[in-house]
Ligand binder design. Structure first.
Ligand SMILES: [Zn+2]
Length: 305
């Protein structure tokens, strides 16, 4: 299930010291299956365990419940928060999920209680060269807006985005039409677009083994190329679901937010995501309960598992 794209393959291969890559070498490697799976995944023993942290960078924002639960509760107000997540491994690996919103976008969109996600993450020791990987779940302003700051703050980090998301948001003119573009941070999308041939961006096609015990799972619907993250934890597999559902109730009630670009795809993704972990261990994109119902480890930071 772990697809390794050609660029990542080349990069990994080159790291082993091969400087000239002929077709014969590639064919030989392909016959060994190296272009299908991460080489280290083959050799790994039991999956290492990770902890998952929710870092709140904004909120609470009060809005109609029906916005986060497809048409249910237009007469009811409820709060949401804005988050990025961190995945910390026993093996020292630190992976950040999403880049949050930029200060400029947060101000323009009046996000209450905004704190830079970089500052929030630093409160639990996540900073600088610690961060090796950053997952872009999808390219909405509140999930990818922090690109500029993240590139500088985490100079060793490689960024991961799905090809469908990248191609649509960067290359398809339809994405620039008002109802879609209103959810973009144009600067962030330009930065990601400009990284197309950079070593720091890996464009992933479908499900992908990111590290031992951490998988990217393609789960379109909210956007055309949204990905969630399946993580091995002490409690078993968990999913950082980003906006596949905005709130926990979405998973329990089989109901997404109103921000859905492809409903049939979403329903299939929903089933796929729910097959990956127990429902209590599937974390949504914006639920205030991630900030209230879990151990607080620093200001604005909770440990989910
Ligand atoms: Zn969101």
């Amino acid at each position: 299930m772990a697809a390794l794209n050609r660029r990542d393959f080349l990069k990994k291969f080159l790291k082993t010291g091969t400087t000239v890559m002929g077709a014969a070498v590639l064919a030989q490697a392909a016959s060994k299956g190296l272009n299908r799976r991460e080489p280290f995944a083959e050799a790994a023993g039991p999956e290492p365990e990770y902890e998952i942290y929710a870092a709140k960078y904004g909120g609470p924002l009060i809005r109609k419940v029906a916005i986060v639960l497809w048409n249910v509760g237009w007469d009811e107000d409820g709060p949401i928060n804005y988050y990025v997540w961190a995945i910390k491994g026993q093996n020292g690996e630190t992976i950040v999920v999403d880049t949050g919103a930029s200060p400029a976008q947060a101000a323009a969109r009046k996000v209450p209680g905004y704190v830079s996600p970089i500052e929030v993450l630093a409160r639990v020791g996540i900073s600088g060269n610690n961060v090796t990987k950053v997952i872009i779940t999808h390219m909405h302003w509140d999930h990818v807006g922090g690109m500029d700051g993240f590139l500088q703050a985490y100079p060793k980090a490689t960024f991961y985005v799905q090809r469908r998301e990248f191609n649509f948001c960067v290359k398809n003119p339809v994405s620039q039409r008002k109802p879609i573009a209103i959810l973009f941070d144009p600067l962030a999308n330009k930065i990601v677009g400009d990284m197309e041939r950079s070593e720091r961006l890996v464009i992933v096609d479908g499900d992908y083994n990111l590290a031992p015990g951490v998988d990217l799972i393609l789960a379109p619907g909210h956007t055309l190329g949204l990905q969630v993250v399946r993580v091995n934890t002490a409690k078993g597999p968990a999913v950082v679901g980003s906006d596949c559902a905005h709130v926990f109730r979405g998973y329990r009630e089989d109901n997404p937010s109103v921000f859905i670009m492809d409903m049939p795809a979403w329903i299939q993704s929903f089933d796929k995501v729910k097959s990956k972990a127990a429902i209590d261990l599937i974390f949504p994109g914006h639920d205030v309960l991630m900030h209230q119902g879990y151990p607080k480890v620093a200001e604005n930071v909770t440990r989910l598992v």
